[in-house]
Ligand binder design. Structure first.
Ligand SMILES: NC(=O)c1ccc[n+]([C@@H]2O[C@H](COP(=O)([O-])OP(=O)(O)OC[C@H]3O[C@@H](n4cnc5c(N)ncnc54)[C@H](O)[C@@H]3O)[C@@H](O)[C@H]2O)c1
Length: 274
């Protein structure tokens, strides 16, 4: 079900201290929502809340910050209780907390693979599990889950990241079926590279990984609000023509898509002598 009026709505944004989460919280606040920023980065949260207040000092919505580790179910439960204290309802949950790491499978550290799965997948599962009881009771609510174009294709050097984002995609499809008829809607978001601290992070500075950033977090935030208003299931944002083509090919002819991605990577890593 769509949530078409954000005025007075209570919205949780995980990963709200930075990037897409912060931009979405800013857009929600401008639309009149109360926002609960949940993030593991306490200093980042304080800075984000100050920025939200300074950006829109005259709007009525409350800003609540909750230091939250989405890998920890108890921490997410506590944050959700805090969010319910704002209006007694939980109207919208935007799950943006995530980390990105790249590297070849042979040398990729197991600890990093596990950390990525814990944040990007288990974090989403914990966030949804905590949000569902109040939303079911209300008979209304909307959940937005951040996957990535990496959840619609396979990219060399991003095996772990792709695995977590395909996991979010599968989870979301099953969840929507499970919630049929409850009044609780789910939007899955699949953006290509976005200009946020994540893409500059050390973990993604891997030789051979092609990163072409064409999206701003504010564009993604505006599209998310539009998708929630429309009750849209799939929000794919891929302005990069090569990524858009590969998504289509992966859907229509997955074998050819793998070969094309593989050949392009092979050519990049095995340059022909001049
Ligand atoms: N930036 C991109 O190119 C891009 C593209 C597609 C999808 N995404 C996805 O969008 C989401 C947001 O990414 P972003 O680019 O805004 O990144 P970002 O690094 O700017 O923000 C991510 C936020 O998540 C928080 N976080 C990390 N671990 C956490 C944990 N255990 N508990 C709570 N918070 C935690 C971080 O502190 C940070 O504030 C992620 O799920 C990411 O995978 C990003």
């Amino acid at each position: 079900m769509a949530l078409d009026d954000f005025a007075g709505a209570a919205a949780v944004v995980t990963g709200g201290a930075s990037g897409i989460g912060l931009a979405t919280a800013t857009a929600l606040r401008a639309a009149g929502a109360h926002v609960v920023l949940a993030d593991v980065n306490a200093a980042g949260l304080r800075g984000a809340a100050e920025r939200l207040r300074a950006d829109a000092p005259d709007v009525a919505g409350q800003i609540v910050t909750a230091v939250t580790d989405v890998t920890d179910l108890a921490s997410v439960g506590e944050m959700t209780r805090q969010a319910l204290g704002v209006t007694g309802r939980l109207d919208l949950v935007i799950a943006c907390a995530g980390i990105g790491r790249g590297g070849a499978v042979e040398t990729f550290p197991a600890a990093e693979m596990e950390a990525m799965m814990r944040v990007n997948f288990m974090g989403i599962y914990h966030t949804v599990q905590a949000a569902l009881p109040p939303m079911r009771q209300q008979g209304r609510g909307h959940i937005v889950l951040l996957s990535s174009v990496a959840g619609k294709l396979g990219a060399p050097l991003l095996s772990g990241y792709c695995a977590t984002k395909w996991a979010v995609r599968g989870f979301a499809i099953a969840l929507r079926s499970e919630l049929y008829g409850t009044g609780v809607g789910v939007t899955t978001v699949y953006p290509a590279w976005v200009d946020t601290p994540m893409v500059g992070a050390e973990g993604l500075q891997t030789e051979g990984l092609q990163i072409e950033v064409l999206l701003k977090p504010e564009q993604v935030a505006a599209a998310i609000l539009g998708a929630v208003r429309a009750g849209q299931r799939d929000l794919t944002l891929a302005p990069n023509p090569d990524i858009a083509r590969l998504i289509e090919l992966t859907r229509d002819d997955p074998d050819q898509a793998e070969d094309r991605a593989g050949k392009a990577y092979y050519r990049r890593t095995h340059p022909q002598p001049a």
